[in-house]
Design a protein around this ligand. Structure first.
Ligand SMILES: Cc1cn([C@H]2C[C@H](O)[C@@H](COP(=O)(O)OP(=O)(O)O[C@H]3O[C@@H](C)C(=O)[C@@H](O)[C@H]3O)O2)c(=O)[nH]c1=O
Length: 187
């Protein structure tokens, strides 16, 4: 029912929910607490987010909320397509500073689980793209932070010469200047 695949970063998981196709179309479970618990993921989500990006090449990230308001995120694309990225920002982690990415599309229904301690961002691969994600803590602007999208060595599959960014993301600190608030093993 739910295929949970590891990625190159321990803790970041690619979830492939089963789709039941019939003459009408298909049905899928996008979140089932019991199945996730069976897969070892006991996550109490408290906020759902939904963003729309008009242009291909819109890049949101790399974002985090620092402790005590850190968030696990379960991300999916419900219209269009994105390349979704997580960067390990946990001080002392063997994979500190490393990134992993996955193509999440409305068509494939894949989901990326980005745990606390990881920066998160995505770029839209086509115009008119919608992304929805669940979070384990509510928005806390005082704990909100950003790291410059192109300062972590991420191989972004940009569909345009330069990405569309928010003012906040354009002015973000570089990963080299970033003093991480995350430790390994931090809940
Ligand atoms: C993230 C967030 C933003 N907002 C408001 C603040 C602001 O006025 C407006 C747009 O916020 P942002 O520019 O931060 O939106 P955006 O750049 O889409 O931020 C999101 O990016 C992705 C990659 C993530 O991982 C998310 O956690 C979040 O940081 O929405 C909320 O009210 N609640 C929220 O949870």
């Amino acid at each position: 029912m739910l295929d949970v695949k590891p990625t190159s970063l321990p803790g970041v998981l690619l979830l492939v929910p089963r789709r039941f196709g019939d003459a009408r179309g298909w049905f899928t479970e996008t979140w089932n607490a019991q199945r996730m618990a069976e897969a070892g993921l006991d996550l109490a989500f408290v906020q759902d987010n939904h963003s729309y990006s008009a242009e291909a090449g819109t890049l949101r990230g790399l974002h985090f909320q620092k402790p005590p308001r850190a968030q696990d995120k379960l991300v999916r694309c419900t219209r269009g397509a994105i390349f979704d990225v997580a960067v390990d920002a946990r001080r002392g982690s063997p994979t500190y500073g490393q990134w992993t990415g996955a193509e999440l599309t409305a068509e494939n229904g894949h989901q990326l689980l980005v745990p606390k301690g990881f920066l998160h961002g995505f770029v839209t691969l086509v115009a008119d793209t919608e992304v929805q994600y669940k979070c384990t803590d509510v928005y806390a602007p005082d704990c909100d932070g950003a790291v410059l999208w192109n300062s972590c060595g991420i191989d972004w599959p940009l569909p345009v010469a330069s990405p569309v960014l928010s003012d906040k993301d354009r002015a973000a600190q570089s990963f080299a200047d970033f003093v991480t608030p995350f430790e390994t093993g931090q809940a």
